[in-house]
Design a protein around this ligand. Structure first.
Ligand code: SAH
Length: 352
């Protein structure tokens, strides 16, 4: 695999263009073209510069291989090919206020959550910052968006992978995403979801990127959490709550808990009451979602009426919560489902 030009920061791009003996303003032209989602071979620069770039860098590090459109709600699911043939996936959800893109941060995942399809084959590799960004550039372009009038207005790091298990590349990506000259997205329009890697949560609070920090909780006791999330053996819920409180203190941002409702596991009224007790008085919000059942796993979604009851109990206890619609369920909307499906066609998870 060649290098990835989209991995370079704006300053690194300046240096590169200088090293290639080109005039300074070419760096701006290249950067603009990249942010518009262009391939290197499509950049509006002299042919000699294009050739020099193509000799060293990938023409199109993230390519949309397939697009699936949900008949239910217009959600789009993308299968992307990376330059080394690895496959990743992403989703674009259309809401009244804009379009939210869900990006992957790793090829696969090694966190091992029992309900999640992303982790079925473990982690193959981390994505580079340019490969995370490349997903957004590709989708924005294919949706007819420009830099000024973006088709992607919100970004969530909730695709395959654990963002804090690929910390440095994720931070570099976030700086690119929020840069004024780049995509220029406000941190308020970005959410990052973690299974609760406590040291990285604390480190992230100091980065000066006040995005919406989301933690996958899915249980009310450490013992129950460990049944579906192996990471619970490493970090206690109490440590996660302390790291969340620290995040609020450092950024002023309210934090969010994801709670996937699984039948017979975490969805009873008693669980709702225990969750309310755990979170009472904290500046947080709870996102409930019924499990998106994964074919390879035996876990089942909680019934619709049980999910509504769970929400009612939380609200009655004064906890801010919403029951999210599961979007795009007809197109394998849940993490890793599409890639897993394709891996049966391409058994090593790659295309040649
Ligand atoms: N690794 C990160 C981000 C990726 S998963 C994390 O753990 O938070 C994004 C969210 O989807 C997490 O809350 C995850 O627990 C949840 N999720 C994964 N598989 C799911 C499924 N089959 N149904 C519902 N939610 C699921």
């Amino acid at each position: 695999m060649k290098e990835i030009l989209q991995d370079l920061s704006r300053e690194e791009l300046n240096t590169l263009i200088e090293q290639l003996g080109e005039k300074k303003f070419r760096a701006g032209q290249v950067y603009l073209g990249l942010m518009q989602g262009k391939k290197l071979s499509e950049l509006n620069v002299p042919a000699s510069l294009r050739a020099a770039l193509l000799a060293r860098f990938e023409d199109e590090p993230v390519r949309i291989l397939e697009t699936f459109v949900s008949q239910e709600d217009g959600t789009k699911k993308y299968l992307f090919a990376l330059a080394d043939g690895n496959l990743i996936e992403g989703v674009l959800m259309k809401y009244k206020y804009g379009n939210t893109q869900c990006v992957s941060t790793q090829v696969g995942c090694r966190m091992g959550c029992k309900f999640c399809a992303s982790t079925l084959g473990g982690r193959l590799r981390d994505l580079t910052s340019g490969e995370i960004l490349g997903q957004i550039l590709a989708v924005n372009r294919s949706e007819g968006g420009t830099l000024k009038d973006r088709a992607v207005t919100n970004v969530v790091l909730m695709g395959s992978g654990e963002p804090f298990d690929n910390y440095d590349n994720v931070i570099k990506f976030l700086r690119h995403l929020t840069a004024e000259e780049g995509i220029d997205l406000s941190a308020r329009n970005i959410s990052l979801s973690t299974c609760g890697l406590v040291p990285e949560m604390r480190r992230f609070a100091e980065e000066g990127i006040p995005l919406n920090l989301t933690v996958s909780l899915h249980a009310v006791t450490d013992e129950e959490r460990a049944r579906t999330m192996p990471i619970a053996k490493r970090y206690k819920i109490s440590e996660i709550l302390e790291a969340c409180a620290n995040y609020f203190e450092r950024t002023g941002r309210r934090y969010i808990f994801e709670y996937t409702l699984i039948s017979g596991e975490n969805a009873d009224e008693a669980h709702a009451l225990a969750l309310a007790k755990l979170l009472k008085g904290r500046p947080c919000h709870v996102n409930l979602i019924r499990l998106n059942a994964v074919k390879e796993r035996s876990l089942r979604a909680a019934e619709e009426q049980d999910a509504k009851k769970f929400l009612e109990v939380l609200e009655k206890q004064g906890i801010s919560a919403t029951l999210r619609r599961s979007m795009g369920s007809d197109i394998g909307g849940a993490c890793g489902q599409l890639r897993a499906q394709y891996s049966q066609i391409f058994p090593d998870g790659k295309i040649s």
